[in-house]
Design a protein around this ligand. Sequence first.
Ligand code: TYD
Length: 206
Amino acid sequence: MEAKFITLEGIEGSGKTSSIKSITDLLDSKRITYVVTREPGGSSIGRELRSILLDPKTEISSEVELLLMLADRKDHVEKVILPNLETGNWVISDRFMDSSIAYQGGGRELDKKMIDSFSKNLNLPNPDLTLLFDVPVEISLSRVKARGELDRFEQEKLDFHNRIREAYLGLAEQNVNRIQIIDSSQQIELMLKSVEQIIETLINGL
Ligand code: TYD
């Protein structure tokens, strides 16, 4: 069975991290081996980049932010994603390339064509499936604020987060075969049920 590459995407507080356990429980029950990883910070260099990127004291331009995200991603692909897929482990990544298009393209308003061309030139693998956790920004930000201290992205204004949400929904329209939207404004049990159904369908199709 060929190992699958699954990515989770969405705005802050959209519930993507909470759904990881449902996915891994299902994979365990089918005896499918996997790794769970995330961006930024999936490799050891990435963990250093993550602390710079999330620190509210960091002052960098949007272009530098994009380049650091891409450096993190390329190292993550080389050290974690590809080696695992090659040995037959599924890879579940909390965020991947769509985050750069949504956050740096949508949120920071960098040219999406430039981001696309970086992505193509870096020769990144394409996820087999992306779950996009979608929720109105007002709901997601109230969840994030309840969690405590805000990082550099979470501190941004409502408009920034709304642009990210719109960019994600645009990506979903352009990639209907890859991206499945999960309604994260519904009750958590229902949300997790829809995640499980999608993963079951992927497994059953193998
Ligand atoms: P994280 O705490 O992992 O956010 P969340 O819990 O919401 O997933 O922080 C990662 C932050 O980095 C998040 O705000 C999104 C941002 N980000 C980008 O702006 N561009 C990217 O390419 C990636 C991977 C993340």
